[in-house]
Design a protein around this ligand. Structure first.
Ligand code: GSH
Length: 208
């Protein structure tokens, strides 16, 4: 039975799973939940995720929430992008979490105040501050990419997924990588991946 992923295609956290599954040729069924689609406050959904958030994975015997947990589960279940070296895996985990929490934090705020919130709740000052924070954090990513093609070493890994998605969101939100040549080169490489094109570049924008 195909794995079900509950969550709208515009959600960055859902895109982590969609990108990985497309890359790994894992057959999934996407179900539109959250954002304009709603349905996350229903009692059925709350049984799967009491936090009322997407994504949620339904792999028949397993219900899982938290996008990074889902990503790591699918990677191990299908043995795709599994890193055996413990030290390298530590670095990959570090960047998955940094991308999903430290970097995602101002990106989510900018998304909310530019795209998701109703117009009368958007605040330009909050958006400007978030943009400044993103530009400061991009310096860290630029430095990380100074001697290598991908976030951890020369190969695409799970570490590229959260950062790749949020970097594309930056592009959607008119943040340019002109002053970040290493990020720009890395972003071009991601764009050359069919899986990134299909699940991230062609995805709708929040809250759709
Ligand atoms: N830490 C959670 C965060 C999940 C999260 O905040 N998801 C957002 C979408 S990116 C959400 O559910 N927003 C409410 C909605 O879409 O209705 C994860 O990584 O899965």
């Amino acid at each position: 039975m195909a794995i079900k992923i509950y969550g709208r295609l515009s959600s960055a956290n859902v895109q982590k799973i969609n990108w990985f599954c497309n890359y790994a040729n894992i057959n999934i069924i996407n179900l539109n939940y959250g954002g304009v689609h709603g349905k996350t406050q229903t009692s059925d959904f709350k049984k799967m995720n009491p936090n009322c958030r997407v994504p949620v994975l339904d792999d028949s015997k397993l219900i899982l929430y938290e996008s990074n947990a889902i990503l790591r589960y699918l990677s191990k279940r299908f043995n795709i992008l599994v890193e055996e070296n413990v030290e390298t895996n530590g670095k990959i985990d570090q960047w998955i979490d940094w991308g999903s929490f430290t970097f995602a934090s101002p990106c989510s705020l900018l998304t909310a105040h530019k795209l998701s919130l109703p117009q009368d709740q958007r605040n330009e000052l909050i958006a400007e501050k978030a943009k400044k924070d993103i530009l400061n954090l991009l310096e860290i990513v630029e430095d990380q990419l100074s001697n290598q093609n991908f976030i951890v070493g020369e190969k695409f890994s799970l570490a590229d997924i959260p950062l790749g998605i949020w970097s594309h969101r930056c592009v959607n939100l008119k943040i340019s990588f002109n002053n970040f040549p290493n990020i720009n080169n890395w972003y071009i490489k991601l764009n050359e991946m069919n899986s990134f094109q299909k699940t991230v570049i062609n995805a709708p924008l929040p809250p759709n």
